[in-house]
Design a protein around this ligand. Sequence first.
Ligand code: IPM
Ligand code: MG
Length: 354
Amino acid sequence: MKKNIAVLAGDGIGPEIINEALKVVKAIEKKFNHCFSYTEAIVGASAIDTVGDPYPEETHKVCMEADAVLFGAIGHPKFDNDPTAKVRPEQGLLRMRKQLGLYANIRPVETFASLVHKSPLRKELVEGANFMCIRELTGGIYFGEKGRADNGDTAFDTCTYSRVEIERILKLAYEYAMKRNKKLTIVDKANVLETSRLWRQVGQEMAPKYPEVDTQYMFVDNAAMQIIQWPKNFDVMVTENMFGDILTDEASVITGSMGLLPSASIGLHTSVFEPIHGSYPQAAGKNIANPLATILSAAMMFEYAFALMDEGALIRKAVEASLEQGFVTEDISKENAKSTSEVGDWIVQYIINA
Ligand code: IPM
Ligand code: MG
């Protein structure tokens, strides 16, 4: 199969983890006789430094013309610590999501049997937990009107959702629920927020169309607690942009390391595959970051963007094997920790030998 992959490494550990994911993608390409081309483009703080724009037009063009985007991470402490910065790396990520129309971010939360003992939660609570969080990605408070008043002494961010935006994400969530265990939890704060009440109203209108699906509504504060207390009770969870951002960081901890959670962002144009973790600047250039979330994002790229299921499955098998063998980076095991590139090489070797 011929495919064109846009590669946006970004900042911090981005280039290192993308490098490992690319090695894996190339090993798969060779093994399965595919023909991929790779186009690199700049994004985030590194793009601000070179052209003054975190998502330059040229990068957008590369993404639009690609069959899939493999994305590393963005963010830099020099911007985090400067609340007055006019341009920020994160704006690049948000603009990419908006301009590509990526309204759904799919974040599977899976536990690996060999890592259950690493979870901060008790074994019996997490063993077998497996749910999918679908986060709305191009609306809500992230994209609403924001600004300052009173000479800068008052600030506001507005949260807006339209029926169309809610319907399309709920439709997708119902479709996933139908393919999985037919349980959908719609997370909101309908006891306080008007946008949440619209979400709940639209949900109640749509639910009868999916009679086989058990639809539940849950307030976000309660959901934050239940994810930790009974993670096995969830199947598909859908929620608005910021709630989804927060809940998926929380959920990632269940699996034993945040460095393991991949994601797929899908919508109107080219899909983007990226780890849920950030740019981890403290680790940049040290060859210590966990590349598995990015490698698993590449597996999602094969499955979601190219419908190449065997290729995705082989990557997953290789990742599971590396975890079972304890061939892992320091976030998972301080003892005998391997480097980013050693883990990547191990996965590549597994694929070659499979
Ligand atoms: C994520 C990240 C981003 C977000 C940041 C980097 C803007 O936390 O993808 O979860 O909040 O969406
Ligand atoms: Mg986040």
